[in-house]
Design a protein around this ligand. Sequence first.
Ligand code: NDP
Ligand code: GDR
Length: 336
Amino acid sequence: MKKALITGITGQDGSYLAELLLEKGYEVHGIVRRSSSFNTQRIDHIYQDPHEKTPKLFLHYGDLTDGQGITNLVLDVEPDEIYNLGAQSHVRVSFDAPAYTVSVVGIGALNILEAARQLKQTKETRVYQASSSEMYGDVFETPQTEKTPFCPQSPYACAKVYAFHQTVNYRNAYDMFAVNGILFNHESPRRGETFVTRKITRAATRIKLGLQEKLYLGNLDAKRDWGYAKDYVEGMWMMLQAEKPDDYVLATGETQTIRQFLDYTFEYLDLDWNKYVEIDPRYFRPTEVNLLLGDCTKAKEKLGWVAKTSCKELAELMVDHDLELAQQETVQSGIA
Ligand code: NDP
Ligand code: GDR
């Protein structure tokens, strides 16, 4: 039985990846942060009480900024595969908390690589680094491929570029199986509610049921290549099953503005978003990434990976999910 260690298991991608690996028969270990309130909602449905049956999912307290703790955990668990998904992943927030973001995203990734290097003395482990299309920033070319130079536009993106290069360097310097997945935006019903897609689907469904009147957004003209998170975690796994370590772009190959995502969402609910959306400059970013569009030909040819879900389908499945949440809210609040 293969063993995997996932950082960021309580996040959107970590929860889908844990499900996928459990389905494939892996023993899954996840790092969770100690929190004063529950932060395991996305994985509660797959958690198994160790007192009741032989568990396949194990959770360990830890933090990416704690290098010694991470090394101890990696040496103790001895995973065959490590997926480094943990991050302060909100780009806008990274302008408010730059040093913290760089510490988690940049040094955190280094802590994982260094722990894997130490484990290599007794056991080979494969490392997946969650790199991001944000690294392209003020893009040099469109569409973006593995060869497009980076031009990061936020503390978050700068830290991801650092982590990208450390991953390549550990691969070359220590002959490690360490790969970067350069993933374009991917969303789902489990997306955090402050990212723009989920903010829109949550608000639109609440507006539909009379629970909310307005939706305040920032820049509506930015373009993103949005795919479905469930498709993308499969690509992460495929990268670690390849014969040789390499870096891959995962993307849909289509790009939409925020306005188009609003169209998909509100039209599906028979609403006109122009009546409800207002612009609040607080959501503008000091430097914006205006256009992202990925070319995933390499992943298609070498891994056989393709995105299966269009942006419109994605918006609709998120609306279906959030409509149910809004309906539960109406019952709880006595509106229904
Ligand atoms: P989320 O924000 O949903 O999840 C982030 C995870 O990281 C959470 O489990 C969070 O824990 C954990 N985390 C945060 N800080 C620390 C820390 N100091 N130590 C350990 N864990 C920590 O992100 P996604 O699932 O969307 O993304 C997964 C990864 O992929 C991230 O690295 C992100 O930057 C990257 N990425 C995401 C893309 C996307 O479109 N979703 C695209 C490209 C890259 P908690 O639950 O306690 O907050
Ligand atoms: P992004 O995602 O920055 O691409 O990073 P986000 O959904 O936050 O923003 C996408 C675009 O929407 C614009 N926008 C708003 N964004 C938010 N969050 N809230 C708003 O109200 C709003 N109004 C307009 C933004 O300006 C931006 O142009 C995500 C994260 O998951 C990263 O971790 C990941 O690396 C990248 O995707 C790829």
